[in-house]
Ligand binder design. Sequence first.
Ligand code: HEC
Length: 115
Amino acid sequence: MRAGRLAAAAVLVSLVLAPVARAVDVERGARLYARYCAGCHGRDGQGGAHTFMPHVENLTRRGYVELLPDEYLMLVIREGGPAVGKSAYMPAWGGTIAEEDIANIVAHIRRLGLR
Ligand code: HEC
């Protein structure tokens, strides 16, 4: 009886969590990043002189990027640099990239790894 109830609870939990787990598509995030972001931030997220824009922040810097909350990354991507007091050379992507794709891009940034 008790085990049956536990199993039912487990099924319920997986039904609730499954759509959330599927919602993030990091491969799609990677494709969008390559298309819209890599020109300035670098394919590897390291920015620097080998990109079109030399003064971008390093998106892989240890002790920095992992401390930035997802909400902050979403905000700066959606509304552009000035929304967080950064350069207006960082465009606002909210009109171009759907909210769920911004989340996919953030998932990709999280995967770039820290250096
Ligand atoms: C035209 C060049 C350009 C493009 C394209 C661009 N960025 Fe930026 N980005 C910048 C600049 C300049 C800044 C502000 C300086 C900095 O912090 O790097 C910035 C800042 C950021 C920051 C904040 C970094 C921090 O330390 O607060 C994030 C996150 C970011 N960009 C992500 C993206 C993503 C994701 C895309 C693609 C959807 C993108 N950027 C496209 C130039 C660009």
